[in-house]
Design a protein around this ligand. Sequence first.
Ligand SMILES: Cc1ncc(COP(=O)(O)O)c(C=O)c1O
Length: 305
Amino acid sequence: MESQVKSSVMDAIGDTPVVRLGRLFPGVDVVAKLEYMNPGGSIKDRMVRFMLQSLPAGTAHVVESSSGNTGAALAMASAVLGLRCDVTVPQTTSIEKIKRIRAYGAEVHLCAPEDGRDPAGGYQAVAERLAQGENIHYLDQYRSALNREAHYRDTGPELWRQVAGEVDVFVCGIGSGGTISGIGRYLKEQKPDVVVLGVEPRNSAYRKVVSDVSAEGPFVSVVEGVGKCQASRSFDPDVVDDVVQIADEDALEWCRRLAAEEGILAGGSSGCVAAGIAQLLPQLAGKRVATVFPDSGVYYLSKYF
Ligand SMILES: Cc1ncc(COP(=O)(O)O)c(C=O)c1O
């Protein structure tokens, strides 16, 4: 018998299950990869693990700006590696996500819009300021090429293996854009006619980048993790065929339905993607549709349920 003991919780990242959503989408072949089953609670565990492989020698202190999940993943990794960790988040971040980062021993900085240039919350500007000094490293998921590379090398191949190459359409929420860009590129390299469709809240920036359709108003959403005022550099528009936008009410309704009808307690961004798939159904007949559910509904119990 071979020992299956992991040397730390970091080695427990990945190998998340893929399940069919046969109750919500009867007659359509939709499967979802449950990324909330990672030990830090989200898909961001993978990106952080990958980025930390290139941590400069001598780093004692790490900093990241995050809608919460990357912060939790980095805080978990910092606990294992003995690093000091500071995380900046928008002040609208759910209390469960803030407490989760603190529980790992990291410091959380709640950022108001006036703290920087980003009208959604100045958390990127604050992170830049905190990261000044020696032996401090800012991961910078919104600009680092390592973000999408993590999903190109890790999440994409894992999904491809799990579905045994059976995928026609990949539907994915967009926040930094790393997940859709990395997985999307990998799938298209394996099978060039795979269609990659992004989903984001109304008036977010990515639809305009891909299809040149203007937003109808300012971007405001209660759905955490997806949507941006300005497209992030981690997003690769060459990989994405189209982007659909979803009203917050629909995202939250599908989030609740995922829990009540599929037994999948996922976050609001997963509800947003499920609502996107529902909107796209007429063009999905006869196709195998794959998606990822980035995090758990447990982190939003006081906000969405
Ligand atoms: C809950 C949730 N969903 C979706 C995303 C979007 O993933 P990406 O940043 O790779 O586009 C994020 C990113 O922070 C997230 O936290």
